[in-house]
Structures are given as structure tokens and as C-alpha cells.
Design a protein around this ligand. Structure first.
Ligand code: F3S
Length: 774
């Protein structure tokens, strides 16, 4: 094991660069005019611009329409990566040949740990099964000066909250729930590995300026209502798409009544409404949280910045305007239960029993699971403990299986010291490893529910799409607060309402739960826990060897892609014409393929396997020039071997769904050069350009109907467009495979100057490597 060292109060890398950010904000105000009121999200984002003038004034009606229009080029302060996505991010970073990361970064081993019988047995088994990946990550971290949090240390977002997030910080994380850091006033955005690499190599990271959705909180939570219910309620109001293109910015008097970790829960699940991120302003509960997590110096500095009041970097201007506004009165907020299968199906607790009966959902459930990155704070766990103590005193035991996932070693050790875990264990609860486990499908269920059978579980997690927890698509996962999940576990009934209903104790008496109570923070401070779970020091070591076995089937070093030829692309063939929706999951499926995330050749065997053939309606059936059928990746592989480069023809919103960079890397690896579609999902379109694939859209949508699989395509004018930095127009010359007929179709592009340079170099990484080594 490499030397490990805990961050101390003096650790400067954990301090946001406040003086610089405050100066940058002044510059932003000069650019936009001092009379312009700014939201908090705008202040922090724009204070991280590489060149405020260029980003805020280009294409924005001279700075009047920044939100939704400007292309922000940002310089984040920090990057965090989880073990599954860190593999490709690091492999890409390595190919740039830099000695260390440009910004502080951390790796968290959490996604590959199974939850089955408990931490003591599950953790060693998972380490053994994934040792080559963990060894690679640890050795690369040592080489490049990245803090490495080993398996068992905790879940990325909890560790980030406890160690790195801070008011005014801007960070990227290679995981959707990175916005959790917004609970501490940070702009924390979930991205794919290629975006993280931008920050790691000091290239500006691009983001279309988000709109801002204000959530005004009034009143104060009480009784059974918890911060989780704020976001469960909001998800129901906004739906899973309602936050797309927005930052959710909380404000109003209710903010000051919430704990810091409660605010993190709200921000965490902002991902469920599709928001770019979520954020809270600097508030009183942030100070004790920072102090108790060894960052008193950050608390002091942030308080000083915030002392300037609403005009400061850490709060919204008094007259800030929101593109949309939702108001929630916390005093009237009821606990909610969301699901199954989608996080926006939100039902207030008082109506849930009726809904269960009406929809014929199961009336019993098998397991209650609390904790995870979303809800394993000291407040969450002590409130759940309070309920367990009430029930235990009455002689009750949970009727459903009861699992507890601490979010980090720090919280686990603290709860252990304070006897909370003991209370759970004595009641029959199983404490799992400090890792994702059941939240990401790493749950080996032992209660004998057969695959394919309808059944229900309750969790305090954040996602509930089919198969998410136990791999059974029939398992209905209902999301609720940890308190509610705990109380429900004692009834085993989905129709139980602990606010109104009673249970019968073994001695035949009636028992009713009292509303839970707990503590925001431990009065004796946080425990450090097992020292083996502390991170490695962030000091690069050029002599450290990065461990990648040449025979590994899970990791492979990346070979740079070839540069664009000196002229237009000719002789491309249409590999596949896709009908209908084509998400990043269609292009690069997850599930069992996830274990190959660090091995581009192996994971490429899933390329486009979910795509529907426009000619035949078959899925993953492609035909070669002779009419012989193949799986799509097999045909692509065969053409690659024959030196035939190809393109894909597609319909609307190609690449929707996620920032998964594999969906761009894999086609490129297999010889894909162009995707021509009716339209693209924005993030995927950018990802394609980064990997050197040219995304084009039909100028006339009907031209989609004129091109078929195996037709030959040459680009016309594309090389000139690339050389002119995105100026000019391109066309495609199509030669029908069956008849030899030729025609030209007009296409549009959104290539910027920088993106043209990526494509000419072969990929963004090639360009970065060239610059780094110049
Ligand atoms: Fe892990 Fe689930 Fe959070 S997978 S990072 S615990 S959303």
C-alpha cells in the first residue's frame, strides 16, 4: 500500500481560490454591466470562466441573453472520479503524456463493491474480484498525484462532501450525482470521463450557459418531513425532464433551517429531474459542518466572503431573476414516496396506501435499504436510529430485511462509536460496506425472490429504474426518506402509514411511532475510522509504474486515433441506418458491459447493439454489401479489418440519455468517421467531435429516406470547413450501392474553431498531447 495521509487544516488544495474568484466576479460585472442582478449559480459559474468577455459576449446579444445561449468555457477547481468511470478518464489522461493533473483530483472506489452479507465479507471479496482495476487506479493516482480513496473508504459524493466541496467551488465529477456538493454551496457537475480530462489537462471545459430554476423555500420542516421530501416533492412537480438545461438554485428563508447534509440530499437528487446541477447559498449550517469535517479554515474564509451580503460571490443578488420559479412551504410539506420505476411518480404519504390498492402494487415488501450517497448523514442515521429504538423498546423487530449503507468510513466509524450501528444490528439490520452496493445493482439478494417476479422494496436511494438494485426488472423500488423506510420496515406493508397507523407488539399491545428526532452533527465530532481507508497523498511520483497487464481483458492502454486525412473523406460506407430513438445506451449498452469500461476493444463489441435497422425493423442486425447478416459490431469490425471507414445514418436526438463517452469512442475505434442524423443530443454531439467523429445533420430532413445501408458516401467541402475553423458548408455525395445512382445532400454542422482542430488532429486528446509535448 502507498503512503496515506489525511488532509489537515492546512491543506491548501481544499480551499477554493476565493481572492481570484472574487476578482473574477468583479470582472464579470464589468462585462455584463453592474446593474445586472446575478443568481448564485451565475456568479460561481461565470467566476470560473477562462475568458469572461469572450464567453459572455459571443452570440448573446451583447451579454443580454447569456442564459441558454452563451457557450461557457470554464476552468473548474477540482475533479472527482468514481472507480468505474475513472478508468477511461485516466487512460485518456495518460495518453496526453503530462506528468501530473492540472487541478487537484481524487478517485473513489465505490461502484464495484457488492452488497450481500455485510461489509466484513463483501469488501474483501469485491477487492479480490476487481484487483486489477483497483491496482491500476491506485498506481495511476500515485504517478499523477491524484488522491486515491481505496475500496471501503466511502462513496464518492459523501467523501467529496466531507473533504472537498466548499462554498463557491466549481468541480466536475464523473458521476451523475456529483451535484450532491451543492449542499455545501459548490457548483458540482456530473460529466463523462472525456470532460473530466479537459479539466485534468487544463483545457477549458465547455458548457452551454444553463438557465436557472429558482426554488424558494419558506417555513420549516417538522415531524416526519425531511429534506428528502423536498426533492421527492419537487421531482413530482418538475418530472424527470423538467430540470434539463437548468441549474436548480434554492433560496428563501427556509434554507437557513436546513442542515448542510439535508441540502446535499436535495442537490444529489436534482439529477433525477435532469438538472445540470443544484446549489444552495452560503448558510449557517455550512460553518459547523465544515468545522467538524476538519475544514475550519474553509469555513472562516467562506464566511468572510459571504459577509458582503447578497452581492457576494456566495449568495444571489437581491434582485436576481429566475427563468422559472417554484415555491415550497416546508411547514406544510408532507413525506412523499416516489416510484416505482421512475423518480418523478410522487405520492404524498397520506395518499400512498390508496394508490397502492388502486394500482394493484404489492401490499407487502421484502427489504428496506437506507443510506447510500444520498442519505447517510449523521442526521439521517440518528433519526432512523431513534425510530429503531422506539420499536425495539416495544419488543418489535423489522418484518422486512433491513440494510444500512454508510456513505463513508468517517460516518461509519462515528455511528459505530455512538452505538447507532449497534442499535441497527441488534434490531436485525445488516450494515453493508461503505460503497454503492445495492444502489448500483451490486446487490446479491438472498431472500429468494425469483427473477421476473413482481415485488417491492423501499430505499432511501436516488434512482429506481427497472433492475437498478437487484437486477430484477420486476422489483418495484419506492424512494422515501431513511426515516420512512425504517418505520415501514417494521410493518413490512406498503400501505402502512407510520404517522397514523399502529403496529401490534409481541405482547399484544398497540404501538405507534412518535415522529423521529436526531442530530445534525455528532457532539463528540467525527471519527477518522480505519487509517487504511485514508487517501494517498496528492504528490505526483514520476517513478511510479502504472500497472496495466498486457493480457488484461478489463484494461487496455489507448492508441491515439489517426489524424483527419489531407482532404475530404471518400469511400465511406453506411454501416447502419438507425430507425427511431438511439440513446447512448443503444450505442454503448451498460449492464454486463460495464466491466470492460477500461478496455476499448472489448467494450466495442457492444457498439450499437440496441439500434433498430431502418430497413428491416430488426435490432442489431446489419447486412454487408453481399446481403450477409451480422451483428452491428461484427460488421464494423470486419470493415475495420478491410480498411473500410463508415458512417451511421440516424433520426432525431441521436445520442440522448447521458454523457457516456464510450458511445463516441467505440464507433471511432471501429472506423466510424461521420454520423449524419436529423438532430443530435447536445452532449453526445460534443463528445463525438472530441473523439474525431464528425456529426452532421440533414439540411432537408427527407434526405434521411434517400440513403440506405451500404451506400457509399464522400464528403464534399468538409475538409475546407475544418480548415476554415467551422466556416462554410459541407455536403455528402451519395452513391447508391444497388443502382450506382449518385446525388448530393446538403448537411449542417455546429463545428467551432476548437472542435475543427480536434477533428483535424484525430481527437481532442491528440491535440492536447501535441500541445503538451510542444
Ligand atoms: Fe453510488 Fe448510488 Fe450514489 S451508485 S454514487 S450510491 S447513486
Amino acid at each position: 500500500l502507498f503512503a496515506r495521509g489525511l488532509a489537515t487544516e492546512a491543506s491548501s488544495s481544499r480551499m477554493p481560490p476565493y481572492p481570484k474568484l472574487v476578482r473574477n466576479l468583479e470582472q464579470v460585472r464589468r462585462v455584463l454591466g453592474s446593474e445586472r442582478a446575478l443568481t448564485l449559480a451565475e456568479k460561481i459559474l461565470y467566476a470560473h470562466l477562462d475568458n469572461a468577455e469572450e464567453s459572455l459576449l459571443t452570440g448573446t446579444n451583447n451579454g443580454r441573453d447569456v442564459r441558454g445561449k452563451a457557450n461557457l468555457k470554464l476552468k473548474p477547481d477540482r475533479v472527482a472520479m468514481q472507480d468505474a468511470s475513472a478508468q477511461m478518464a485516466l487512460l485518456q489522461f495518460m495518453s496526453c503524456g503530462l506528468p501530473s493533473t492540472a487541478v487537484p483530483a481524487s478517485i473513489h472506489c465505490d461502484h464495484m463493491i457488492v452488497g450481500e452479507r455485510g461489509a466484513d465479507t463483501d469488501l474483501p471479496a469485491s477487492i479480490k474480484g476487481n484487483s486489477e482495476v483497483f491496482d491500476f487506479l491506485e498506481s495511476a493516482a500515485k504517478r499523477y498525484g491524484i488522491e486515491f480513496w481505496p475500496p471501503g473508504a466511502g462513496i464518492i459524493h459523501q467523501s467529496v462532501l466531507e473533504n472537498y466541496a466548499a462554498p463557491g467551488l466549481m468541480m466536475l465529477g464523473t458521476d451523475s450525482h456529483t451535484p450532491n456538493g451543492g449542499g455545501l454551496g459548490a457548483i458540482a457537475i456530473g460529466v463523462g470521463g472525456a470532460d473530466a480530462v479537459d479539466a485534468l489537462v487544463d483545457a477549458p471545459w465547455e458548457l452551454k450557459a444553463p438557465k436557472v430554476l429558482g426554488v424558494r423555500l419558506e417555513g420549516q420542516l417538522s415531524g416526519w418531513a425531511s429534506p428528502k421530501d423536498i426533492i421527492l416533492h419537487l421531482a413530482g412537480k418538475l418530472t424527470v425532464r423538467g430540470g434539463t438545461g437548468f441549474v436548480v438554485e434554492y433560496h428563501g428563508p427556509g434554507v437557513e433551517t436546513l442542515s448542510c447534509t439535508g441540502m446535499a440530499t436535495c442537490c444529489n437528487m436534482g439529477a433525477e429531474v435532469g438538472a445540470t446541477t443544484s446549489i444552495f447559498p452560503f448558510s449557517p449550517s455550512m460553518v459547523p459542518y465544515l468545522q467538524s469535517t476538519h475544514r475550519g479554515h474553509v469555513a472562516e474564509a467562506a464566511a468572510e466572503v459571504a459577509a458582503a451580503g447578497p452581492s457576494s460571490l456566495l449568495r444571489a443578488d437581491t434582485k436576481a431573476e429566475y427563468d422559472q420559479l417554484v415555491t415550497i412551504n416546508l411547514s406544510e410539506l408532507e413525506p412523499h414516496i416516489n416510484g416505482p420505476f421512475t423518480p418523478d411518480l410522487s405520492v404524498p404519504l397520506s395518499k400512498f396506501a390508496d394508490t397502492v390498492r388502486e394500482k394493484k402494487w404489492p401490499e407487502t415488501f421484502g427489504a428496506g435499504l437506507i443510506g447510500s450517497c444520498t442519505n447517510s448523514s449523521y442526521e439521517d442515521m440518528t433519526r432512523a436510529e431513534n425510530l429503531v429504538k422506539q420499536a425495539s423498546a416495544a419488543g418489535l423487530k423489522p418484518k422486512a430485511d433491513f440494510f444500512i449503507t454508510p456513505g463513508s468510513e468517517q460516518i461509519r466509524a462515528t455511528l459505530d462509536r455512538d452505538q447507532t450501528l449497534n442499535t441497527f444490528s441488534e434490531a436485525g439490520g445488516v450494515v453493508l460496506a461503505n460503497a454503492c452496493g445495492p444502489c448500483i445493482g451490486q446487490w446479491k439478494r438472498t431472500d429468494g425472490v425469483p427473477k421476473g417476479e413482481d415485488n417491492a422494496i423501499f430505499t432511501s436511494y436516488n434512482r429506481n429504474f427497472p433492475g437498478r438494485n437487484d437486477g430484477n426488472r420486476q422489483t418495484m423500488n419506492f424512494l422515501a426518506s431513511p426515516e420512512l423506510v425504517t418505520a415501514l420496515a417494521y410493518s413490512g406493508s406498503t400501505t402502512f402509514n407510520p404517522m397514523t397507523d399502529s403496529l401490534i407488539t409481541p405482547s399484544g399491545e398497540t404501538f405507534k411511532f412518535q415522529p423521529p428526532s436526531g442530530f445534525d452533527l455528532p457532539s463528540a465530532g467525527f471519527e477518522e475510522g480505519n487509517p487504511n481507508f485514508l487517501p494517498t497523498a496528492a504528490v505526483p511520483d514520476a517513478s511510479a509504474e502504472v500497472i496495466v497487464s498486457p493480457t488484461s481483458d478489463r484494461l487496455a492502454l489507448l492508441e491515439p486515433f489517426a489524424p483527419f486525412p489531407k482532404g475530404d473523406l471518400s469511400g465511406l460506407q453506411v454501416l447502419y441506418k438507425v430507425k427511431g430513438q438511439c440513446t447512448t445506451d443503444t450505442i454503448s449498452a451498460a449492464g454486463p458491459w460495464l466491466k470492460y469500461k477500461g478496455h476499448l476493444p472489448n467494450i466495442s463489441a457492444n457498439t450499437l447493439i440496441g439500434a433498430v435497422n431502418a430497413a428491416t425493423g430488426e435490432t442489431n442486425v446489419a447486412y454487408d454489401e453481399a446481403g450477409k447478416s451480422y451483428g452491428i459490431p461484427e460488421l464494423a469490425e470486419q470493415w475495420k479489418d478491410r480498411g473500410i471507414e463508415w458512417l451511421v445514418v440516424a433520426e432525431d436526438n441521436y445520442g440522448e440519455g447521458s454523457a457516456r463517452e464510450h458511445a463516441a469512442l467505440q464507433p471511432r475505434y471501429l472506423g466510424g468517421r461521420v454520423i449524419v442524423s436529423k438532430s443530435f443530443a447536445r452532449i453526445h454531439e460534443t463528445n463525438l467531435k472530441k473523439q474525431g467523429v464528425v456529426p452532421l445533420t440533414f439540411a432537408n430532413r427527407e434526405d434521411y429516406d434517400r440513403i440506405d445501408a451500404c451506400d457509399k458516401v464522400d464528403t464534399v467541402g468538409l475538409y475546407d470547413v475544418l480548415q476554415a475553423g467551422g466556416q462554410g458548408e459541407a455536403q455528402l455525395r451519395v452513391t447508391k450501392q444497388k443502382t450506382g445512382e449518385q446525388f448530393v445532400v446538403s448537411v449542417n454542422h455546429t463545428l467551432s474553431k476548437d472542435q475543427c482542430a480536434f477533428i483535424l488532429a484525430g481527437s481532442a486528446l491528440n491535440l492536447l498531447a501535441k500541445k503538451a509535448n510542444a
